[in-house]
Every structure is written in structure tokens, then in C-alpha cells.
Ligand binder design. Structure first.
Ligand code: ATP
Length: 330
């Protein structure tokens, strides 16, 4: 092949792969399973994350989130199924893939004797087009701690540094495993702002979190997994039914007779979700005013004091509890 033909072929290949890549999903997981010994922790999981999407993976402890994320990052191999990250195999094409992804780990496996700036300089050296270190330190709120050795950083500062490490290489796709766990409210807000900025720059983000409000605020779509299986996948608005106000929540003494409440004509369901905290769903759309009349009449007739009453749609936390039967923990 002549040099010209070869260049043309390369250009066509590059153009072709670019067009292909642009239409591709950032992450494709198909039928992925993983066991530790005889314990299957991920069970035929399939989902995809679009380019520029913020995708949250939720699930109770031990649901298989970290195993999934670590497999997507190329640190574990799937027993079954196919995984494509930016169109590439995370293990066999790791050399091409690694410069394009950023990973914020749950554990801050950073060099304890190096300063925050030295750690970022070290990681910047692995990338072709790293971010400016001082700007990044400023963005994550670590300017004043730039010369502090990692072992002397507070827990929250270590998380900020782990986030900066994930972003130093200007990644196309970022994995954030419980990014705000252990952060103070200010750092949490900064992290949320950074996630939104990344999204505006069309960076794809896979997020795991135990914070339902974090998922609700940030994620375009949420997947809930339990025992390694996908049990829900949709936008937060669709999952919580934000379009229809069909839920009444109230606080009253614990131990009310929920079956009796559920038997009222306009009430579809009545549950005590936590002691003294009740959730009621309407039987039909639009019957909320009737539900309120029936509920307050019932409470008055039984001489029950009401301390809070909210009307609206379900929350992600309600759905999570209902689907998994597990309390969310931070
Ligand atoms: N290396 C390992 N060897 C054996 N079992 C493991 C290993 N890593 C994880 N497990 C088990 O696999 C299951 C899934 O763990 P995983 O960490 O993926 O869950 P998770 O959803 O991330 O949980 P958490 O919310 O607690 O971080 C758990 O029962 C865990 O004990």
C-alpha cells in the first residue's frame, strides 16, 4: 500500500470510527453476570449509558454496584456477558481506554506522603491533555490545602482530591463511586455543580450513591439493582410519578390501622413506612381531594392527632424502599 493510500485508509478509518463513536453509547452492559465462588452477585445485568448522560446506579448494601462499576472500569473480568466502554473492551483495550476515562474510587488510595498538588501533577503526567492543576485545585476547593500531604487532609478533603484525580485527564467518561460520602454540605454542593458542568461539556457520568436526593437532582436516568438484578430503570420523574400527585404522606402516632385506612373508598393503599410515618396512594387519578376528606374525617372520628400532612408525588426513596425493602444508608 502506498503512503498516500495508507493515509487515506487511516483517515477513512478514523473518520469512520469517529462517526461510529459519536452514535455509540458511552457504556453498554449486556447480560453481565459475576460470582464470587458460588455466590452470584451480579445476575444478567443489562443497561446502557448514553453519551453526555448522568446515570445513577442505586441499590442496597451488597446489591452488586461496586462489583459492576469495578468491572466497567476494567478491574474485574465478567464471568458472562459483554461490556463496552466508549466502544472498547475495558480489559483488552485498556491502553486505549484509560486515557479517556476518569475514576473516583470509594477508597482514597492516594499517596499519603505526597501533597495534593504533587498527586495531581503525578496523575497529570499520565494524560496527553490534562487540566490545569491550580484551576482544578481551585474548582474542587483545595487551593489552601494544595501543599498539605495527603495523609494530613481531612476525610472531606481527601474526597475532593479523589474527585480532582478523576478529572485531571479531561475524561470523556467519569465513574463516581459514592462521590459525596463523607463530604460536608458545602463540598457536596460543589461536587453537584461540578457534575452539572461536566454534563454541559457532554461528559458521560456513571454515579453510584446511597443518597436518593443526589440521584434525583443529578441523574438523567436511574437504575435500581438488588441482588445483582435490574429492578427499575427510568428517569427520576418517571420513577417517582412526578406528573401525578397521587400520594399523601402524614405523620401521626405509630400503629394506626392501615388495612382500615386502605378500605376507605378513594384510598388504594395505606402503609406505615416508618413508625408514625404513613404513605397513602389514591385509588384513581384525580381522587386526591376525596382522599383528603376521607382521611381527615377518619382521623377526627378516631380522635387521632395529625402532626404533618404532605400531598404530592412519591419520592425516589419511597420507590427504593418499596422495591428493595431496604433502608437507604449513607
Ligand atoms: N472480592 C470479593 N470476594 C468475595 N465476595 C465479594 C468480593 N467483593 C464483593 N463481594 C460480595 O459481593 C456482594 C456485592 O458486593 P458489592 O461491593 O458489589 O455491593 P455494593 O452494591 O457495592 O454494596 P455497598 O453499597 O455496600 O458498597 C457482597 O455480598 C459482597 O460481600
Amino acid at each position: 500500500m502506498s503512503a498516500h493510500t495508507q493515509t487515506t485508509a487511516n483517515m477513512a478509518h478514523q473518520a469512520g470510527s469517529h462517526i461510529l463513536a459519536a452514535g455509540d453509547d458511552a457504556i453498554v452492559v449486556e447480560n453481565f453476570s459475576k460470582s464470587y465462588g458460588s455466590h452470584r452477585v451480579v445476575d444478567h445485568l443489562s443497561f446502557s449509558v448514553r453519551r453526555g448522560e448522568v446515570f445513577a446506579l442505586l441499590g442496597p448494601n451488597g446489591a452488586g454496584k461496586t462489583t459492576t462499576v469495578e468491572t466497567l472500569e476494567g478491574y474485574r473480568s465478567p464471568d458472562e456477558g459483554t461490556i463496552r466502554i466508549l466502544g472498547l473492551d475495558p480489559i483488552h483495550e485498556a491502553v486505549t481506554l484509560k486515557p479517556q476515562i476518569g475514576v473516583m474510587l470509594q477508597q482514597d488510595g492516594l499517596y499519603p506522603a505526597l501533597t495534593a498538588r504533587e498527586i495531581l501533577r503525578l496523575f497529570a503526567g499520565y494524560y496527553e491533555n490534562p487540566r490545569n492543576i491550580d484551576e482544578l485545585l481551585e474548582r474542587v476547593g483545595l487551593t489552601s490545602a494544595a501543599k498539605t500531604r495527603a495523609r494530613r487532609l481531612s476525610g472531606g478533603q481527601k474526597r475532593r482530591l479523589a474527585l480532582a484525580v478523576a478529572l485531571i485527564g479531561n475524561p470523556t467518561l467519569v465513574f463516581l463511586d459514592e462521590p459525596t460520602a463523607g463530604m460536608d454540605p458545602q463540598a457536596r454542593l460543589t461536587t453537584w455543580e461540578i457534575v452539572r458542568e461536566l454534563k454541559q461539556q457532554n461528559v458521560s457520568i456513571l454515579l453510584t450513591t446511597h443518597l436518593m436526593d443526589e440521584a434525583e437532582r443529578l441523574a438523567d436516568r436511574v437504575a435500581i439493582i438488588d441482588h445483582g438484578k435490574l429492578i427499575a430503570l427510568d428517569t427520576p420523574a418517571n420513577l417517582t410519578g412526578v406528573q401525578n400527585a397521587n400520594v399523601v404522606r402524614f405523620v401521626a402516632p405509630a400503629g394506626l390501622d392501615c388495612p382500615q385506612l386502605a378500605a376507605l373508598p378513594s384510598i388504594g393503599k395505606a402503609e406505615e413506612v416508618r413508625p408514625g410515618s404513613y404513605l397513602i396512594e389514591t385509588k384513581e387519578e384525580g381522587s386526591l381531594p376525596n382522599v383528603l376528606v376521607e382521611l381527615t374525617t377518619w382521623l377526627r372520628d378516631h380522635n387521632i392527632t395529625l402532626s404533618e400532612l404532605h400531598v404530592g408525588h412519591g419520592s425516589l426513596e419511597d420507590l427504593f424502599l418499596r422495591l428493595t425493602g431496604s433502608e437507604v444508608r449513607e
